[in-house]
Design a protein around this ligand. Sequence first.
Ligand SMILES: [Zn+2]
Length: 156
Amino acid sequence: MVELAELENLQLAHALIRAGLRLSIVRGMAGIGTRTLRQWWKDVHGVRPPNGKLPESVLSYIKDKDSASRLSAFVALHRRLHGSELTPESFLTTWREFQRICGPIDINAAYFAVRDVKVGIVAFPRCDQCNAGFIYDAGSRHTDRCPFCDTRVLAD
Ligand SMILES: [Zn+2]
């Protein structure tokens, strides 16, 4: 018999696949075998799962001020709800809540945003002017300033 915790884990992984989270990420989070996940993806989406390489960081998803502010808002919401925890359950909760409030967001971009702030690939300082947290990276004009009010600040 499958234990309750295991069943919950399977259900969460299935929900993440339905939401379109790439399988290598689901595998890393839920610890479920590739063959099972690939079969689920096919059942849910009716096509084979994408095979392409994943981007290196959230910065690949930040193409303009709009994506910078949406992904920053997602990280802020996740931190408010779950602190620095990043589990299938906490992530899925934030993703659903964010979409309820702000509309659709790419779940893969959202995952990278939370993960990259958590492991320190990008900084997440608070804006001096409007006090919003935002994804900071000196390498792009969309991430070297606050995407909400356009103020340039240095990360602390
Ligand atoms: Zn600001």
